[in-house]
Ligand binder design. Structure first.
Ligand code: PMP
Length: 289
């Protein structure tokens, strides 16, 4: 993720990654009480552009607010710092990880002081996944009555690690997690869509992280006149559908091969999903369809 030359941002300063450290006495390290984002920048005809910077930084601020973490950077400050970080590292196609942590405090009360870290790494080789074989996980997504699941919180990802590793141990590429009612929710780090008879279906909000890529898929579908429905459904309804994909900032739009060893039936090239994938890959580079 970093070399001797990598520069990171920490609490107002740019410094070498290998010189950056963190307080051992803090709620974020001990309890997963942190909020973060996953953002991508792309090389475009108009230079390096951070895709949907405003949406990501609005979500970071909202996550901090929901978790009672004091955090007063503005969206435009955050965006400016990110462009500076990319420039200092010489990155164009990059993955950017803003992280807000709280210390020094070991109590179970709300954070008193927060620190912003910004890390970035080169992503010019893209995401390596081809078509993913996924399984329905026995791990549920965190229950919205126990967690603020629309916030992107460090601790929530312990659930993601358990589900993803379990799927890998069983020979699959990823896990599909259900909500407390047995409806399909999302993967360990991406939202999900399936396609049937030319219509796309995706889980309604309530038990998922409402992804920025998911929202972009809606925008693409409306421009391409592809019908899309937000609804609750069981894995049985998705198994054996025409096609399916995961979507997220890192995953972009990644085709799924099968769910619980039942293949999606249509040739990916003949699906509406593939049109959405192509439109997304164009959009991130030219910023319009
Ligand atoms: N769900 C989860 C659990 C995630 O971690 C992510 C990645 N942030 C997503 C969905 C997709 O969100 P986005 O499109 O905003 O990256």
């Amino acid at each position: 993720y970093y070399s001797d030359k990598t520069i990171v941002y920490f609490d107002g300063n740019f410094l070498k990654a290998k010189e950056a450290g963190m307080d051992l006495y803090g709620q974020s390290l001990h309890y997963g009480y942190s909020v973060f984002e996953g953002i991508k920048s792309y090389r475009t005809d108009h230079g390096t552009k951070i895709f949907k910077a405003e949406e990501h930084y609005e979500r970071l601020k909202r996550s901090a607010e929901l978790m009672h973490i004091p955090f007063d950077y503005t969206v435009s400050q955050l965006t400016d710092i990110t462009y500076e970080l990319l420039e200092l590292n010489g990155f164009s196609d990059a993955y950017i990880r803003p992280l807000v942590t709280c210390s020094p405090n070991m109590s179970l009360s709300k954070g008193q002081k927060s620190y912003l870290s910004l890390l970035a790494w080169d992503w010019s080789n893209g995401y390596l996944a081809d078509k993913m074989k996924i399984m329905t996980s026995t791990f549920q997504r965190p229950n919205p009555k126990a967690f603020k699941i629309e916030a992107k919180v460090g601790g929530h990802y312990v659930n993601s690690i358990l589900a993803c590793q379990d799927a890998k141990d069983k020979g699959y590429d990823e896990a599909l997690l259900l909500d407390e009612n047995g409806n399909v929710a999302e993967s360990s780090g991406a939202n999900v869509f399936y396609e049937k008879d030319g219509t796309l279906f995706t889980p309604a909000k309530g038990n998922i992280l409402p992804g920025i890529t998911r929202q972009t898929v809606f925008e693409i579908c409306s421009q391409l006149h592809i019908p899309v429905k937000e609804t609750f459904f069981k894995p049985e309804e998705m198994r054996g559908a025409d096609a399916a994909f995961f979507c997220g900032t890192a995953a972009e739009i990644v085709a799924l091969d099968s769910l619980d060893d039942v293949p999606f039936t249509k040739n990916w090239k003949d699906t509406e999903s593939e049109k959405v994938q192509q439109a997304y890959l164009k959009l991130v580079r030219v910023l319009s369809l």
